[in-house]
Unconditional design. Sequence first.
Length: 137
Amino acid sequence: MSLKRCLLIELPRIADPRGNLTFVEGGRHIPFEIRRVYYLYDVPGGAERGGHCHKELEQVLIAMSGSFDVLLDDGRERARYHLNRSYYGLYIAPMVWRELDNFSSGSVCLALASAPYDEADYYRDYQTFLQSLRRAA
Ligand code: T46
């Protein structure tokens, strides 16, 4: 069911001849309080990020510049998203495996997260992730 909770969130856009503006308010535009922000940048061509799942962390990923793909997998279904607009955020629920690839040159992935970094919240091995799903079923 976790994949069904993931969705693209359209963020507000203030169109302006001087350049457009988008803003994000935790708890209003995204369904959690923002406790951490990090970003991926200078990603070399062909590189892949992610390859893990979070036990409890919720995140929203935004392509601040350029584009990349996000593969989501809840152990039963898979979905691939192409992020290429800074006014869309991809909400990723807990217990969803994610892989990021196809980064365009100069792309920047902004991540809004519901908790501080905690390595204990990761499943970094796919089989361990599947086993934990089976245990919970
Ligand atoms: C995710 C994808 C989209 C920290 O010290 N603090 C942090 O906040 C983060 C995110 C990472 N780190 C350290 C942990 C590792 O030693 O930075 C190193 C690289 O992290 P990782 O291999 O997890 O990076 P990605 O790009 O594969 O995954 C990250 C996030 O970890 C993950 O939550 O969903 O970006």
